[in-house]
Design a protein around this ligand. Structure first.
Ligand SMILES: NC(=O)c1ccc[n+]([C@@H]2O[C@H](COP(=O)([O-])OP(=O)(O)OC[C@H]3O[C@@H](n4cnc5c(N)ncnc54)[C@H](OP(=O)(O)O)[C@@H]3O)[C@@H](O)[C@H]2O)c1
Length: 330
């Protein structure tokens, strides 16, 4: 039996969703030989700590935490194998996530995270620090929610060179465009619906102006395509100017309009833009779904579709990273 001690830093939607899945999956993981224990949970307002493993159901019920130790206190003071970083994404300087991740790596603690910000601003620095300290970083959950794109490329098509990537990487935009076309809603109505459903970011401009998609392109380009790009290298246009009339005109030629992120290595192109997509094209997925289409030199086209967000779905990616790290390092 492999004991895996983790901390969860950032106990919002994703952190709580992960805690619920750790409870749900306990017996399944024990049968596979993994005894997963959460030794600390940290939020902006404090922390819960038990070096033998927290009673997560009890922690999930609490409105206030017992200790006032911060994320950095927990990283430096509590013995753990993996720090799971789930604080808000910040693509300006990556913080607070970047400082948490670097502190963990420099303390020889492995990291699994859903936080895009640190990887957009400092992918190389994070990887150098992980290598130097002989620890691992799992970031599957930063792109495409439950879609296992990073592990697919790193583990399953290892001899292939990725020539280009195209995809729908933001479920909120896809939901808005789908509702505008199917239900003939105008943009503001569809956006309000997405907000009511809680699928839009708190600051919806991240979604609708293409910022979230562009951030994910930077992570994919740097980590899967050996490129060395920054956020400012991406041409970004969002969906705010798409009208219902435009979608109706597209429909007349059997097309829809999707917010597509694309990377072409040879052309050094990174672009987020609304594009016409034929209804029968693999990129034409509806609702909150995400889709990623790879073009590689050996395998050719590979398309993968799935839930791009959601606390339960994203936990699938984080748990997978945790188990990979345990297999590799513990
Ligand atoms: N939601 C999704 O479906 C999804 C999918 C994939 C990836 N992600 C990424 O996963 C991360 C978490 O997303 P989320 O939806 O869970 O966000 P969230 O609900 O806003 O949760 C973030 C949590 O982190 C806490 N926090 C902020 N600063 C902190 C600090 N310095 N130390 C400790 N905790 C801190 C926040 O506390 P306060 O509330 O008190 O500020 C909040 O509880 C983000 O980076 C997001 O981009 C989300």
């Amino acid at each position: 039996m492999k004991e895996i001690k983790i901390s969860i830093v950032g106990f919002g939607s994703i952190g709580r969703g992960l805690a619920r899945e750790v409870i749900e999956k306990r017996d399944f993981l024990l049968r596979k030989g993994y005894d997963l224990k959460v030794v600390a949970v940290v939020d902006k307002n404090g922390s819960e700590i038990d070096k033998n493993g927290l009673d997560l159901a009890n922690v999930l019920d609490k409105n206030e935490f017992s200790y006032n130790k911060t994320a950095l206190d927990v990283i430096y003071e509590i013995k753990q194998d993996i720090m799971v970083e789930c604080t808000p994404s910040n693509i300006t300087d990556g913080n607070p996530g970047l400082s948490h991740i670097l502190a963990a790596l420099n303390s020889k603690i492995n990291v699994a995270t859903s936080n895009k910000g640190p990887f957009v601003v400092a992918y190389d620095k994070i990887m150098e620090s992980a290598n130097k300290n002989n620890v691992s970083v799992g970031y599957e959950a930063t792109v495409g929610g439950a879609i296992p794109i990073v592990n697919l490329v790193k583990s399953n098509i290892r001899a292939d060179k990725i020539l280009s990537i195209e995809g729908i990487l933001n479920g909120t935009c896809n939901y808005i465009l789908t509702r505008m076309q199917k239900e003939e809603l105008d943009y503001d109505e569809a956006l309000s619906e997405a907000k009511e459903l809680g699928i839009a970011e708190t600051d919806e401009s991240y979604d609708v102006e293409g910022i979230d998609t562009a951030s994910k392109l930077v992570i994919l380009a740097n980590s899967l395509m050996d490129m060395n790009v920054k956020y400012t290298d991406v041409e970004v246009d969002g969906i705010t100017r798409i009208t219902q009339e435009a979608l109706m005109l597209a429909e007349e030629i059997d097309c829809t309009i999707k917010l597509i992120g694309e990377i072409n290595k040879d052309e050094h192109l990174l672009r987020v833009s609304p594009r016409l997509v034929p209804f029968n094209h693999p990129l034409s997925v509806g609702g909150t779904l995400n889709v990623i289409m790879l073009n590689t030199d050996i395998a050719g086209e590979i398309t993968i579709t799935g839930k791009g967000a959601g606390s339960k779905e994203t936990s699938s990616a984080i748990l997978s990273d945790i188990i990979n790290i345990a297999d590799e390092r513990l």
